[in-house]
Every structure is written in structure tokens, then in C-alpha cells.
Design a protein around this ligand. Structure first.
Ligand code: SF4
Length: 200
């Protein structure tokens, strides 16, 4: 009951409360954060939603951690998207992915997502390519599509666009990036060698 201020307090509380909830223990929760009580309520709701114990109310924004392949500043775009969705009550999972090489595959289970490539955003719905937008319109496009899917459903939204053309465009940018960056843009082999040498 004295977890302290966020972010450490959030992590400690989530670990403790989450472990109990996972075992089916508890009827009421409270995050004992040293913060505005509104933050406590938000954290409690987010934990219940993340564990599938409460129906989602707002967007669940996910994003890749970014890496050498990233075509955009993922942190900044994710922050912009968080602000754009704010308290809009759209219970969808929305993904922001740094590159079209791996992003659509990594986030194929999201309701809606966008992956960057060649100064464009490749928008996908439930893993299916749906549209291509300018890089600086990525967040606006996500909000617009989220509202459309929420009101009409994913299939109806997809029926409005040429998914095959969008898929061709995404594959074209994917191949261009692969040709430019190669298969191992993060130089994984060298990193693994370094780790092995340090560990030896
Ligand atoms: S490969 Fe692409 S989607 Fe995956 S972390 Fe790197 S930038 Fe993000």
C-alpha cells in the first residue's frame, strides 16, 4: 500500500495486483500511487483491460520498440497518436510500427495499424493492407480509420478501398527498403559476437 510515485510505483503495483488477479483473487483493486488519484483509477482500469478482465473502453495503443530499420521517430509518432486518440471511446487495438519490412507482420493481430516506409504510411486492418498515406498524415489516418471501423466494422471499411493495390504498394516499399538496408540492418551477427565475447 505504499508503492510510491510512477513509474516505479506503477510497476510494483501492477506486478503485485496482477499476480493476485491472475489467480482469481480479489474483488476490488486500488493502485496505491503517490500521484493524482485520477492516475490511480486510470492505472487500475488499464490493468483490468490488459488482463482481459474488463471490457476495453478506449484505444489500446501499441507500438514497436523501434530499431535500425525504423523509417520514422516511433516514439514521437506514438506520442502524437496517444494525444490524438486521447479519451475517444474507441475500443480498438491500434499499432504504430516503424517499418513496413516487419511492422505489418509483427502487428497482424491488431485491429488497425500503420507501418512506415519511404515517407509513406502503409495502413492495415486486421493484417490486411488497406491504404497508403503521406508520412505526415499517419496519425490523422489512424484516427479516421479507427472511427470508421468502430462505426461500420472492419469488413465494411475494407470494402471501400482497393486492398490489392495497397498491398502491392506496401510490398514495393518493403522490397526497396530490403534492397537498401539488407537483411540485417541491426547488425545482429556482430552484436551476438560481442555478447558472446563479453560472456566468455
Ligand atoms: S523491424 Fe520495423 S517494426 Fe520491428 S522494431 Fe524495427 S522498426 Fe519496428
Amino acid at each position: 500500500t505504499e508503492a510510491g510515485p510512477p513509474p516505479a510505483g506503477l510497476i510494483k503495483s501492477s506486478a503485485g495486483i496482477g499476480a493476485l488477479l491472475a489467480q482469481g483473487i480479489g474483488d476490488t483493486i486500488r493502485y496505491p500511487l503517490t500521484a493524482d488519484p485520477v492516475e490511480e483509477a486510470r492505472a487500475g482500469r488499464a490493468l483490468l483491460e490488459a488482463m482481459g478482465l474488463r471490457e476495453r473502453k478506449n484505444v489500446d495503443l501499441i507500438a514497436c520498440p523501434s530499431c535500425g530499420r525504423a523509417e520514422i521517430d516511433v516514439v514521437a509518432v506514438a506520442a502524437d497518436a496517444m494525444a490524438a486518440f486521447a479519451d475517444r471511446e474507441i475500443p480498438l487495438q491500434v499499432a504504430i510500427m516503424g517499418c513496413v519490412v516487419n511492422g505489418p507482420g509483427e502487428a497482424r493481430d491488431a485491429d488497425l495499424g500503420i507501418a512506415a516506409g519511404y515517407r509513406r504510411g502503409h495502413l492495415f486492418v486486421k493484417g490486411r493492407n488497406a491504404a497508403v498515406v503521406a508520412e505526415d498524415e499517419m496519425v490523422d489516418a489512424l484516427v479516421e480509420w479507427a472511427e470508421l471501423i468502430h462505426s461500420e466494422g472492419a469488413e465494411a471499411a475494407l470494402a471501400r478501398v482497393d486492398t490489392e493495390k495497397a498491398a502491392r504498394e506496401a510490398e514495393r516499399d518493403r522490397q526497396r527498403l530490403l534492397a537498401e538496408q539488407g537483411d540485417d540492418v541491426n547488425d545482429t551477427g556482430t552484436r551476438i559476437d560481442l555478447i558472446r565475447r563479453h560472456g566468455a
